[in-house]
Design a protein around this ligand. Structure first.
Ligand code: CAO
Length: 419
């Protein structure tokens, strides 16, 4: 059995944020019906193309476990089909620019009128306010949500991160909102509107930096390297380089081979509880008792010296040797893994976190599977649909159109070319 078996999702999403959400619902067992513009489809099908003629990895990796119907709701017959889909589905998910769904004639009021049990879930860039009408992409959200201003080094510009906290992060938030609303519907019988703004989701993920903003009003942030270096703080949470956010000194240090390999680095944390072990490992036993080194607060102005010494040691080991030596002592370290190393990690394939998927046009490719594991709900990763691959079966099997009615819908051009 799959957790969301029996739940039908009208997936009106495109690009990354919305598809991340509906892909999760598909993995959880919902029947996800992706509505795409006839002949065009989700723009990502043709973005960053690596195999000419095939759907891009951008699309295939975000649209597993979905069926695709081509449908233009701006056409009269298309409107009728979309109305039937709204009647039939439990959830509608969309991430159009603000106002686009209303312009199609499907406002929240109209959708509720058609199906009072439906949950309508939307992603927008910003919540209500002066930016509510803006179109927003990943990096804009990272900047507006406080991530960029707190990422990077103090003496460099703000940085965006590789993890797609704006798009995929918002999709995750929305997915949680949807299953929560489904849970509430079990008791009330009513649907509701669920909205997530990308700015809000990024801010939620950057909440420790808002914590620091308020701490800063009470005094300097002593765990930031900047404090130990005697550099005064401004009035906003600064960028902290690779300092650890939890208050324990930590840095990224070079490992053996760093001169050739851009990822020959390890993260290294020196918690108070394992200080003696760190001293043993690097051969500085006297630091355990030496004045200025023995106690954490005394070490704050010596972190550059201490980490340089630790790095002299890590540079004699590979990042994996550092892990092997430090882990038995509970010294928190972590190798900086490249995407190449990750994509070749058999243990990730064994858990289903990485999966090999076959695709009729592009052939085999690697994708990230469901990162959430259930003990009593199986997750099967299926390939993404071709554009309009399921138009006919959705029209007939899900919506019950047949005979003349079906012919008229197809002839109207509302559903693209149906073979
Ligand atoms: N048939 C016919 N028309 C369709 C259609 C279909 N199946 N699906 C969408 N359209 C139309 C929309 O109705 C809209 O038309 P109007 O503007 O004339 O009303 C048009 O396609 C464009 O939609 P859009 O404005 O959403 O798309 P865009 O490419 O211009 O903008 C994006 C993309 C992502 C910036 C915008 O959708 C947005 O801000 N979304 C919310 C935030 C978000 O999710 N951002 C993350 C994107 S991932 O980085």
């Amino acid at each position: 059995m799959k957790a969301l078996e029996g739940i039908k999702v009208l997936d009106f999403t495109h690009v990354q944020s919305g598809p991340t959400c509906t892909q999760l619902l598909g993995w959880f067992g919902a029947d996800v019906i992706k509505v795409e513009r006839p002949g065009v489809g989700d723009a990502t099908r043709n973005q960053l193309v690596d195999v000419p003629g095939a759907d891009s990895l951008y699309f295939t990796m975000l649209n597993h476990n979905k069926r695709s119907i081509e449908l233009n709701p701006k056409n009269e017959k298309g409107k009728a089909v979309l109305t039937r889909l709204v009647e039939e589905c439990d959830v509608l998910v969309e991430n159009f620019a603000p106002g686009a769904l209303d312009r199609m004639g499907f406002s929240w009021e109209r959708i509720q009128e058609i199906n009072p049990r439906i949950i309508m879930a939307s992603i927008k860039g910003f919540g209500p306010g002066k930016y509510q009408d803006c179109k927003v992409y990943e990096n804009v959200a990272q900047c507006a949500g406080g991530s960029a201003s707190t990422t990077g080094f103090r003496d460099g510009p703000p940085l965006v991160t590789g993890a797609q906290v704006g798009d995929s992060g918002t999709g995750l938030h929305l997915c949680l909102g949807i299953v929560t609303a489904l849970f509430q519907r079990e008791k009330t019988g009513r649907g509701q509107k669920v909205t997530t703004a990308m700015q809000d989701s990024v801010l939620n993920l950057a909440r420790v930096k808002l914590r620091d903003q308020q701490r800063l009003e009470k005094g300097p942030l002593t765990e930031y390297s900047q404090f130990g270096e005697g550099i005064p703080f401004g009035d906003a949470t600064p960028r902290a380089g690779n300092d650890s956010g939890g208050g324990q000194p930590g840095r990224i240090l070079k490992c053996k081979g760093w001169e050739q390999d851009p990822n020959a680095y390890t993260y290294f944390i020196i918690q108070a509880a394992i200080w003696d072990k760190v001293c043993d490992v690097i051969g500085e036993q006297d630091w355990k008792t030496k004045e200025g080194y023995a106690n954490p607060p005394e070490r704050l102005d010596k972190l550059n010296e201490i980490f340089t010494r630790i790095e002299n040691w890590t540079m004699t080991k590979t990042k994996f040797e550092v892990m092997d030596i430090c882990n038995p002592h509970d010294i928190p370290v972590g190798p900086i893994l490249s995407m190449k190393e990750i994509s070749e990690d058999e243990s990730l394939f064994a858990t289903g976190t990485l999966v090999k998927v076959d695709h009729p046009v592009r052939g085999d490719y690697i994708s990230v599977g469901c990162p959430i594991k259930f003990s009593d709900s199986s997750v099967e990763v299926k390939r993404s649909p071709l554009l309009g691959e399921h138009t006919l079966e959705i029209l007939s099997d899900v919506l019950g159109f047949n005979g003349e009615e079906l012919k008229n819908i197809i002839a109207s051009g509302a559903v693209g070319n149906v073979n």
